[in-house]
Design a protein around this ligand. Structure first.
Ligand code: FMN
Length: 352
């Protein structure tokens, strides 16, 4: 294990301070190089320089998106927004975790602390904060304008119980507000808890179908991705894919695997009120790859045409290649990119 670079998001500062002061490390200054790939790749019906980028979360605002574009990340997801302002959880929001071997999808207990080491795995716990639309719409439009040739912003959003008459309408409203910024691609985050049920929204297939239809009715002219959690086998996700055929344009997967982060004494490391946290980074790559292979297999079986964005544990050129070999149309890295802002350039060096 070795120590890591300065991450572009500072885990020891609050979300608000990161929003105001970041990005940090290399992302706070222009890159020393500019590596281009020889030929663009088709993604949806767009030409993208390299189908690689940063998924929803670490790119908090236009300043982060601009830095990510400058560092060659060509698909940049603007952090998930809501229809009303929503506060972040208090610190800690990010802790390093040290799983013994591979993390399972069954709520493992893992040691969590502040020793960030490579290969990097973390737990993140923010509660999907958002500023109000008055603030994020202008900023997102600014981010969209920063894209250079072959680069695209994806606007991530989610509905919030209580913000509209029902959750379906709130997703549709959020989609409309995001689309007003001229963002070219939409992504609905469904890997959030379902109302009143101890399960994620993406496991409630009827509701997901209703949400996807409402969004499409509301914004018919923009490609729509759904962000999915990990499904452990083909049979579990097959009915969802059947319901969504022809409604959505693609899936981005995975979000995080849940775990119980604990300190040296075995107490909840995120605080007594947060016994579980989402794990991302190296420890979940197996699950992201498993999901991509599953979706590729089922896409072939169903003769569907959805696009797949592979996410989870991408920390190196080899990991990017593993996802492409598995059949992903595009690949993204959150944790890996946070601790290695030159990751897109590393990959482009191999492909140029
Ligand atoms: C700091 C941080 C914040 C995140 N916030 C969000 C979010 O707001 N919406 C979302 O859909 N996913 C969010 N995620 C999950 C990532 O998009 C991604 O699915 C997950 O981190 C797995 O990728 P990784 O292993 O490359 O980190 C967040 C991840 C991190 C590290």
């Amino acid at each position: 294990m070795k120590n890591t670079n300065t991450p572009f998001y500072n885990p020891s500062l609050s979300y608000e301070n990161n929003y105001q002061q970041g990005p940090f490390g290399d992302f706070s200054k222009p890159p020393k190089v500019n590596i281009q790939v020889a030929k663009p790749t088709r993604f949806l019906d767009l030409d993208v320089n390299l189908p690689f980028g940063i998924p929803a979360g670490p790119l908090l605002n236009a300043n982060y998106i601009k830095a990510a574009f400058a560092y060659g990340f060509d698909l940049c997801v603007y952090k998930t927004v809501r229809t009303k302002a929503h506060k972040s959880h208090a610190l800690p929001n990010i802790l390093s975790i040290h799983p013994q071997g591979m993390l399972s999808a069954n709520l493992d207990t893992v040691l969590a602390d502040y020793h960030y080491q490579s290969p990097i795995s973390i737990t993140n716990s923010f509660g999907v904060p958002s500023y109000s639309p008055e603030i994020w719409q202008e900023d997102l439009a600014n981010a969209v304008n920063a894209a250079q040739k072959g680069q695209y912003v994806i606007g991530s959003f989610q509905g919030t119980p209580g913000n509209s008459v029902n959750i379906e309408e709130d997703y549709a409203l959020a989609a409309r507000l995001v689309a007003e910024t001229e963002v070219p691609i939409l992504e609905a985050n469904l890997s959030c808890p379902n109302e009143g049920v101890n399960k994620l929204l993406c496991f409630d297939f009827d509701r997901v179908e209703r949400i996807a239809k409402e969004i499409k009715n509301s914004v018919p002219d923009r490609p729509l991705f759904l962000k999915l959690a990990y499904f452990a086998n083909d049979a579990e996700v097959l009915p969802l894919l059947k319901k969504l055929d022809g409604i959505v344009d693609g899936f981005s997967t995975i979000n995080t695997l849940s775990a119980k982060p604990v300190d040296q004494e075995g107490k909840p490391a995120l605080g007594a009120d947060r016994p579980t946290g989402g794990v991302c980074g190296d420890a979940i790559r197996w699950a992201g790859l498993d999901m991509v292979k599953r979706l590729v297999r089922l896409r072939n079986e169903l003769t569907n045409h959805f696009a797949i964005i592979g996410v989870g544990g991408v920390c190196s050129v080899e990991h990017y290649q593993e996802y492409i070999d598995a059949g992903a149309d595009a690949v993204m890295s959150a944790t890996g990119a946070m601790w290695n802002p030159n990751l897109a350039f590393d990959i482009k060096t191999q492909y140029s």
